[in-house]
Design a protein around this ligand. Structure first.
Ligand SMILES: Cc1ncc(COP(=O)(O)O)c(C=O)c1O
Length: 425
């Protein structure tokens, strides 16, 4: 049996073999240089082209290019008319921006546990979290897999709730053939450096609803885009930051959007190769990600999970399990696999939610009635906690221009490490 690289053996993937993400070529260079020569460096020609082409690509009517996905999310929440004293339901396992966008609108996030197979908000647990204060369900299409929207839509309809999509990781992910970003009332995409569509940093606020769009826009440009009745210029509503992006970044995003069909095809082919080899290998102690038949994953993140029961380690503490999972991750990295441990704790465990103090003096939780029915006890989120200590995330190594050969090497490295787990104990 080959010796693990972390123990001095030869790595499966050699230094320099993994190609950079994103692959920069003439499309990026020409558009970026052209943008530099534009008379307007903010919200000019390239931003307009990006917004129009993204709308055409994704099936949205309105789009606004932001400086990041987090600000696009904040615009979604504002766009839905959510404010002080309101509650928004969101998954307990996600990136903090999925919940901080709620707080930034002075509303309170209400967390729900995840489905243990999809790692997404468990629709069966949502209705119990609805209170008279609930205004929206924020669906995070985590790892590039869409939430199960039909039951979520039913709950939203019954309780008159808006649906906001956090599609930061879900470019071109499909639910019953329909694209992420068109499944609810409005959505946010991220273009940060890790995403399947990137411009280094950036985001998009999208919707088909003009009212939501206009309300969301009140958070941009210092708030000066606040619609005004008495004058066309600078209403000086003055409540916002600057969420707009610049022309150079827009040109970069536009180039990447135009190359996306190739990226997407390659990513799906790579994930399929990896998945097929790992399935056939039937490795003890390894759980593979699950793709429901009604969804098409975009494989932003191909998630491995360590099956501690199968390894006879079911009685270990969460800390011991987490440490062993880290050891596996380090061994995979030594084999040349680009992988990491993503979120290590669930959102209700994070300091801001334990302290329930964001804007000082306990706000927004201290707004009268805002915390009614809100319970952040960790016992409410067993599946999300389990996921934290068992997962390993494989992200950029599956992206173009890395191809199926690289995906096969990743599979071989995983098989090698899992066949030698005793060496890591
Ligand atoms: C699920 C999710 N939501 C929101 C964000 C925020 O996006 P950005 O980093 O562009 O602000 C991220 C970023 O990684 C994310 O993964």
């Amino acid at each position: 049996m080959a010796q693990l690289a972390i123990k001095g053996g030869e790595a499966v993937i050699k230094p320099g073999e993994v190609k950079n993400w994103p692959p920069i070529d003439k499309t990026d260079e020409e558009l970026i240089i052209a943008a530099l020569h534009e008379p307007s460096q903010c919200r000019g020609k390239y931003t307009k082209l990006l917004e129009e082409e993204f709308c055409a690509f994704n099936g949205n009517k309105y789009a606004y290019f932001t400086n990041c996905g987090g600000s696009a999310l904040q615009m979604c929440v504002a766009g839905c008319g959510i404010g002080a004293g309101d509650q928004v339901i969101v998954t307990s396992y996600t990136w903090p921006s999925s919940a901080s966008c709620i707080i930034h609108n002075m509303a309170v996030p209400v967390f729900v546990d995840i489905d243990p197979e999809t790692f997404l908000i468990d629709p069966a647990k949502i209705e119990a979290a609805v209170t008279p204060r609930t205004k929206a369900i924020l669906c995070v299409h985590l790892h590039g897999l869409c939430c199960d929207m039909d039951p979520i839509r039913e709950i939203a309809k019954k309780h008159n709730l808006k649906i906001i999509e956090d599609a930061a990781q879900a470019h071109n992910a499909l639910y019953k053939g329909q694209k992420a970003g068109t499944l609810g009332d409005c959505a946010a995409f991220s273009f940060n450096q890790n995403k399947c569509m990137t411009s280094g940093e950036g985001g998009l606020f999208v919707t088909n609803d003009k009212e939501i769009f206009d309300r969301g826009l009140t958070l941009t440009g210092f708030g000066d885009m606040q619609p005004t009745k008495d004058t066309d210029s600078f209403p000086a509503y003055a409540f916002a930051h600057k969420f707009c992006n610049n022309e150079i970044t827009a040109a970069y995003a536009l180039a990447e959007l135009r190359k996306f069909p190739y990226y997407y095809k390659q990513l799906l082919a790579n994930a399929k190769t990896l998945h097929t080899i790992l399935q056939a290998a039937n490795i003890k102690g390894l759980k593979l990600p699950y793709e429901p038949a009604i969804c098409t994953h975009n494989w932003y993140n191909y998630n491995l999970r360590v099956d501690f029961e199968a390894l006879g380690m079911g009685d270990k503490t969460p800390a011991e399990k987490s440490e062993f999972r880290h050891a596996i991750c380090r061994a995979l990295q030594a084999e040349g696999v680009v992988c990491c441990v993503w979120q290590r704790c669930i959102l209700p465990e994070m300091t801001i939610f334990r302290a329930q103090n964001a804007y000082g003096k306990g706000y927004p939780w201290a707004v009268p009635g805002a915390s009614d029915g809100v319970d952040y006890s960790l016992k409410n989120f067993p599946e999300a906690i389990k996921y934290c200590y068992s997962h390993i995330a494989i992200v950029q190594i599956l992206r173009a221009p890395n191809d199926e050969q690289m995906a096969a090497k990743v599979a071989n490295a995983i098989i090698k490490v899992f066949n030698n787990l005793d060496e890591l104990k």
